[in-house]
Design a protein around this ligand. Structure first.
Ligand code: N01
Length: 532
């Protein structure tokens, strides 16, 4: 075995939202020695890599951030209601700078493997450069959506243009005056398509499944609104933590059919005007994501909007989804309007799929060649489990994590898994489905408590019992079954990748339920965790 270069109390893999907060929590708050390794050339994770034109958050800026940093929030000069990629990246950089975390982050370094040494009770971590480190606690913060999904289209080598995936967009690539093809119409695709429609000579949208798109709302936040948020910071965040999706709006508990048809229409119309997909799904009525008839009321409303906005009836027909409104909701301003532009065309892949690349573009099954300078895959990611595929993680008895998950990706509380002592995933499978930053904060706050407890008891290993892991898995399946979300194929269930089986990858009890579950555990000596 290679020589261990240095020992740390904790190693964090990844310097995105989760990794940065892990470093803050474990180093600044718990006083541990921590090193964070990041494969990118800068901090930011998702926001470092996803530099495609149009990339922005579709959750409001004021809640797409940490809540622990009131100080930065007070001095933060922001106006965009939905921060764009450079703004989110600048925010994360300001955090690492302000809290002097940069010196603990090693960039351009990929962690190849982490193997648990049972005798020494430490993790042996090897980087892609062959450097070896040891640590007591290993925190994986490698992202929910970081492993690219790129469909295999024949004869890619023939194409003379540029082929890119939105998740590794080259900074120098612009779309100005180019003929651009975009495959994929999820949250990423619609943002890229909207940006391309403004700049490109022509945009060809290759759509497999149409999705329901709801306007995002006003682009700018007024000064008074910001002043109000600042004044009520703690109250606002307490409120957010007490909701399901934690996106910063009041969630409805009103059943769709408890009001008249006129009232329903008004609620949908009002929320369409205010904007955001999450608000439309969870702020209009309490059962849109759980009752098929209620769901149909929402989709009827959106379909009516599509017909009103899109002038060509054939294009409007193709844009109407043929499934439930049960994927992650999309927010985008002016999306349907762009299909009225002369420089945008829509190809429905369900009617004519792409069969191959040609020298000048791609050919569809109907024999048509679509001429392109750039073909962009906005085809998504292999959710959570995919992120772990490139890192060899071995726990007790040398068992590899992918092997542990061969039947199902399991965890306890979304952060730990049996037979992998002192190993925490932020997030892991079966972690809370909500706005990412407050979800991450909840997980790391409790991981911090677990470590505090272990240290106070002089325990050197924190383990999870198989029973606890099994029960949590069952609970997550039960919650998922209450919703309509498993009824459509999407990344939320890992079903977006060919050959992958659909499985529950999240806890759907809401951030409020998740935090309560942790709080109950802490009252109960963290039942299910073993401190040895
Ligand atoms: O990925 P997706 P995404 N041929 O999996 C299509 C977050 N995000 O990157 O629906 C043709 O949703 C696929 O078609 P179908 C956010 O959580 C956040 O867009 O499977 N098409 C679909 O249209 C989001 O939900 C922000 O039939 C193929 C698309 O590609 C998550 O990232 C911004 C195909 C993939 O959609 C993922 O979004 C952007 C094939 N072989 C993203 N394979 C924020 O604002 C796949 N597709 C915070």
């Amino acid at each position: 075995m290679s020589t261990i270069q240095q020992r740390f109390d904790a190693i964090v893999i990844g310097a995105g939202f989760a990794g940065i907060y892990a470093l803050y929590k474990l180093h600044r708050e718990l006083g541990l020695s921590v090193r964070c390794f990041e494969k990118g050339g800068g901090v930011g994770g998702t926001w470092f890599w996803n530099r495609y034109p149009g990339a922005r958050t579709d959750t409001e800026t004021r809640v797409y951030r940490y809540s622990f940093d009131k100080e930065i929030y007070d001095g933060w000069d922001w106006r965009s209601r939905f921060a764009n990629q450079p703004e989110v990246l600048a925010y994360l950089r300001s955090i690492t700078k302000h809290y002097e975390l940069d010196e603990h982050i090693t960039l351009n370094t990929f962690i190849k493997s982490a193997v648990y040494d049972e005798g020494a009770r430490e993790w042996i971590v090897t980087t892609s450069n062959g450097d070896v480190y040891a640590c007591t606690y290993l925190v994986s913060a490698i992202g929910v959506l970081s492993k690219l999904h790129i469909p295999d289209i024949p004869h890619r080598d023939k194409f003379r243009g540029a082929v890119v995936h939105t998740g590794t967009w080259p900074e120098a690539l612009t779309l100005d005056d180019k003929r651009v093809g975009v495959i994929g119409t999820g949250s990423t695709g619609v943002q890229l398509i909207s940006a391309a429609a403004k700049a490109a000579h022509h945009v060809t949208v290759f759509q497999r499944s149409a999705q329901y798109c709801v306007p995002a709302g006003d682009d700018l936040v007024g000064e008074q609104e910001i002043a109000d948020y600042r004044e009520n910071f703690d109250k606002v965040w307490d409120g957010i933590r007490d909701t399901r999706v934690a996106c910063g709006f009041p969630e409805s508990i009103v059943p769709t059919f408890s009001v008249s048809a006129e009232e329903r229409e008004k609620v949908f119309e009002d929320n369409w005007k205010i904007g955001t997909g999450f608000r439309f799904m969870f702020g209009t009525f309490g059962d849109i994501a759980s009752n098929e008839d209620a769901n149909k009321e929402a989709t009827n409303f959106i379909e009516k909007k599509i017909h009103e906005i899109v002038t060509d009836p054939e294009t409007a027909r193709k844009l109407i989804p043929d499934q439930l409104y049960a994927k992650r909701p999309i927010s985008i301003n002016g999306y349907y309007e762009i299909y009225n532009q002369a420089n945008v065309s829509l190809v429905s892949l369900k009617e004519t799929d792409i069969v191959e690349f040609t020298e000048d573009g791609v050919r569809t099954a109907d024999g048509q060649e679509h001429q392109l300078d750039v073909l962009a895959f906005a085809t998504g990611f292999e959710t959570i489990v995919g992120s772990f595929k490139d890192v060899e993680i071995r726990g007790l008895d040398g068992v590899e994590l992918q092997q542990h998950w061969k039947d199902e990706a399991t965890s306890y509380m979304g952060v730990a898994t049996a037979n992998f002592p002192n190993f925490f995933m932020v997030p892991g499978p079966k972690s809370v489905f909500c706005n990412i930053p407050p979800g991450i904060e909840a997980q790391l706050d409790w991981i911090g408590e677990l470590i505090r407890k272990a240290r106070s008891e002089a325990a050197t290993a924190i383990l999870v019992t198989p029973d606890a892991e099994r029960d949590w898995t069952q609970l997550c399946d039960t919650y998922a079954a209450y919703t309509l979300l498993p009824k459509v194929k999407s990344w939320i269930f890992g079903a977006n990748v060919p050959g992958a089986k659909s499985q529950t990858l999240f806890y759907f009890g809401g951030l409020n339920g998740y935090r309560q579950a942790w709080s109950d555990l802490s009252q109960n000596s963290f039942k299910g965790f073993v401190f040895d």
